[in-house]
Design a protein around this ligand. Sequence first.
Ligand SMILES: [Zn+2]
Length: 123
Amino acid sequence: MSFSFKALLLTMCLALLPLAFGYWVNATARHAPTDARVAGRCTRYCEQHGCPHATAANSPAFFRLKPLYVATIKFLAMGGMGLYAAANIAFYVLLIPALLLWLTYGALRNMSTIRRLKQQPRS
Ligand SMILES: [Zn+2]
């Protein structure tokens, strides 16, 4: 295992893309983000209370994935609802992104190693 600064730099640049996209979506949205329930569209209220707009006809994926969503919440709340927020942040903000960054860095480092080995003359 060797360290590759180029792979690390590319991984960090790739990691910034979702943040930039999230900023762009929030900055250019027609409606400012709100926690209030709005009759005609989804808001953060839907994320926090379950979406009243979703029906089996307009959101079949929502209803197919709902058991996974409920199981995830039960898993994160195993330590009690007092620890739910901390477990949620640890899992979705720290663990999953760190795993994805590690896998991305490893793939990019391996790609650069393979490219370098292909360029070496065979003896
Ligand atoms: Zn909604």
